[in-house]
Design a protein around this ligand. Structure first.
Ligand code: NAP
Length: 296
């Protein structure tokens, strides 16, 4: 049903859409990632960005079902707003309390969340962490929630650092419910406590936007030592001050493209029932980011 005839022009009148629901931007590289994979596997699907203002999200989701969309990714600011629109949630979406992947199925609209499995898979591929590793997670937003579940899945010890302690506590509790332990919470301005926790951590994850525009992280996180791992969820730019400082100090460092591609691969599997061509997706993502950097 989803296959197209090899060598024929595409898309055609039978091509079905998968869309990205976000607001405001069109800046995502998900279309390049998914369309490269659809092309590689000869699927009669096309991935488009649908900039959707918050007040329109309900109507747009309903319309997509009506016109035969296969699926959607959901990003800022809609990840929680789409939860009540779903007929069914996967246990993962239920646990995280947010949806990043919608699928229109025979049983109605299914909401899933592939961010945590994406990060757990990327961490596994990048650093192969052992159970019991200590993760220090900076941030308490949506990406941090997914990261806390990933740390739980990997059986890690978790310290959540954020400027709002109440939000950090919620992230830590989610981590604990997902299998992380022990968990602790530190306010970002408690510098002496942060120095102690950072020194004990093996993997430090930045789950804030700090670094997208050249910002540094709190000083203790900028002073990691060899043997530790700096893991930034930001992928554009690929070299944030946090990762550059780690690199200068001889510290293993990774940007967020691995997570982006791994969560995309998990969404792709939901929509198509097929194993995603991860190498093709990764090459498409790298090509578009390289091309963008060449332009700026
Ligand atoms: P979010 O829900 O808006 O959360 C952002 C978090 O960063 C909040 O905890 C916020 O604290 C904190 N923060 C922002 N500015 C800060 C500052 N100046 N000092 C301290 N904390 C600050 O955003 P998100 O969706 O979690 O995304 C976070 C980052 O992860 C973004 O850069 C995004 O690009 C990246 N990301 C990457 C992937 C991937 O696949 N690689 C996936 C998702 C997200 P407050 O709550 O106090 O404001």
């Amino acid at each position: 049903m989803m296959s197209r005839v090899p060598g024929r022009p595409w898309p055609t009148g039978t091509t079905r859409p998968v869309v990205l629901l976000g607001w405001p931007g069109r800046y995502s590289i998900s279309p390049q990632i998914h369309n490269a994979a659809f092309r590689e596997q000869g699927l009669d699907l096309v991935y488009l960005v649908a900039p959707t203002p918050p007040e329109a999200i309900g109507a747009v989701v309903e319309t997509l079902g009506t016109i035969g969309a296969v699926g959607a990714n959901v990003t800022v600011p809609h990840k929680q707003a789409v939860v009540p629109l779903c007929d069914t949630l996967t246990p993962e979406a239920e646990r995280i309390g947010a949806v990043n992947t919608l699928s229109w199925t025979a049983d109605g609209l299914l909401g899933d969340n592939t961010d945590a499995v994406g990060l757990a898979n990327a961490l596994g591929a990048d650093i192969a962490p052992a159970p019991g590793e200590h993760y220090l997670l900076f941030g308490a937003g949506g990406a941090a929630r997914a990261a806390a579940v990933a740390v739980g899945r990997l059986g890690g010890k978790l310290t959540v650092v954020a400027r709002r302690v109440s939000a950090a506590q919620q992230v830590a509790q989610l981590g604990a419910r997902s299998g992380a332990g022990p968990v602790e919470v530190i306010a970002a301005d408690e510098i002496s406590t942060l120095v102690r926790a950072t020194a004990d951590a093996r993997i430090v994850i930045n789950a804030t936007p700090l670094g997208m525009n050249g910002e540094s992280l709190p000083a203790p996180l900028m002073a990691l030592v060899p043997g530790q791992v700096a893991y930034d969820l930001i992928y554009d730019p690929p070299a944030t001050p946090f990762l550059e400082a780690a690199h200068r100090r001889g510290v293993d460092n990774h940007h967020g493209l691995g997570m982006l591609v791994a969560q995309a691969a998990a969404s792709y599997r939901r929509w198509t029932g097929q194993q995603a061509p991860a190498g093709v997706m990764s090459a498409a993502a790298t090509a578009v980011l390289t091309e963008r950097r060449g332009r700026h």
